[in-house]
Design a protein around this ligand. Structure first.
Ligand code: AMP
Length: 367
């Protein structure tokens, strides 16, 4: 089986029957676990909730809090490599786990992406343009930041923000106090509003041997701060496409990264502006499941397991639609559609804003 990277200086590749550990039991963890199973590997999931989308398809679930040192230790001992499906893992848990088993992607990738200030500084240091930004840690610094950056602007918490949460738009300086209270008066950054025509993202992977593979960029439509659809191919010029791919590769190399990463961009008249990076498989990469021979989940498993990266060439045009909240009620109709691949996460309750599944509608490529 040609699974080993033939380099004796690298750690050995995982063999069928060995186990990856996934921190987090959501849909991303579920799809990583399924990809691992297809490669003959097992998945153990660490998730505080007793039932979870990933736990449903894992060989074993450790249902305990991220402060439970005994459970964390037992989890680490039961697996061969540890990965994660969300960024906000407590540092103490990572310290403990990292002493027992390799964590891929590494801690540095998490540190950079967990904090918007560190992230934006890192991006600028690696030749990636971002929105103008300023550190905010009080109402006074917010007022000063508004004076420098101007309005419209967005106040974002430095940590724990996702899907547009922890953000306040500011259209006039008089809104400073309300915005500061609105985000809970916690450390933040003020970002200048970027006048973009559309948003794209790149899903990229780096193997244990340093090989890099980048998927075709996808075009993302957000509604209410949540990803609604991703369309490939994205509307990009050849040079924009190349800029996006090169930026992703540069960031992966700078972090000595192993695994899949998502990089989100704004497309502007002056070129691409990076919004944020996610050190994990990414919702905007779900199209790869039906558009490529090797999708982002298998690519991630290959990378963290020390296997060679797979072929991520796009063989179809795809529109991925997230099924959010009650949109899941359309499933019976979608199930009858031609060229539509359904991916459901097994969540019982369809709350507003909750991602219940997605559908990939494909148009096979001609010729
Ligand atoms: P975020 O949580 O930072 O990814 O932001 C969610 C969405 O809000 C983005 O995908 C954009 O549509 C919008 N957004 C965030 N930051 C900015 C910005 N600086 N300028 C314009 N739109 C933004």
């Amino acid at each position: 089986m040609p699974t080993e990277i033939a380099d004796p200086s690298l750690p050995p590749a995982l063999k069928p029957g060995q186990t990856i550990g996934i921190l987090g039991g959501g849909q991303l963890g579920r799809m990583i676990a399924v990809a691992a199973a297809r490669l003959g590997l097992k998945a153990h999931v660490y998730e505080p909730q007793p039932r979870s989308p990933a736990g449903d398809v894992a060989a074993q679930t450790f249902s305990a809090s991220y402060t439970d040192r005994m459970a964390l230790t037992a989890f680490a001992r039961s697996v061969d490599v540890i990965t994660y499906e969300f960024e906000n893992i407590p540092t103490e848990a990572l310290d403990l786990l990292g002493r027992l088993k390799p964590i891929r992607p590494n801690r540095r990738a998490l540190e950079v992406s967990q904090d918007r200030l560190t992230e934006k500084t890192f991006l600028n240091d690696h030749a990636c343009k971002t929105a103008p930004f300023a550190e905010v840690d009080s109402l006074e610094t917010l007022k000063a930041a508004i004076a420098t950056i101007g309005t419209p602007a967005i106040l974002k918490t430095r940590r724990f923000g996702y899907d547009g949460k922890g953000q306040m738009r500011i259209t006039a300086p008089a809104q400073a106090e309300a915005a500061w209270e609105g985000i809970g008066a916690v450390p933040a950054i003020l970002e200048g509003h970027v006048a973009f025509s559309h948003e794209v993202s790149v899903i990229a992977a780096r193997g244990l041997d340093g090989a890099v593979a980048v998927y075709d960029p996808g075009e993302n439509l957000h509604l209410g701060g949540i990803l609604a659809t991703t369309t490939v191919p994205a509307r990009l010029t050849a040079s924009q496409r190349q800029d996006a791919v090169l930026a992703a590769a540069r960031l992966l190399n700078a972090l000595d990264y192993v695994g899949v990463m998502g990089v989100e961009f704004f497309v502007t008249e002056g070129g691409l502006v990076v919004n944020e990076i996610a050190p994990r498989v990414h919702n905007s990469g779900h199209w790869t499941q039906n558009g490529c021979a090797v999708d982002q989940f298998e690519q991630h498993v290959r990378a963290i397991a020390g296997w060679p990266l797979g072929d991520g060439t796009r063989h179809a045009d795809v529109v991925m639609e997230n099924l959010i909240g009650e949109a899941v009620e359309r499933v019976p109709d979608i199930a009858r559609e031609a060229n539509a691949a359904l991916h459901l996460y097994g969540k019982a309750e369809a709350r507003p804003g909750r991602k219940m599944g997605h559908v990939n509608r494909i148009v096979p490529r001609q010729g």
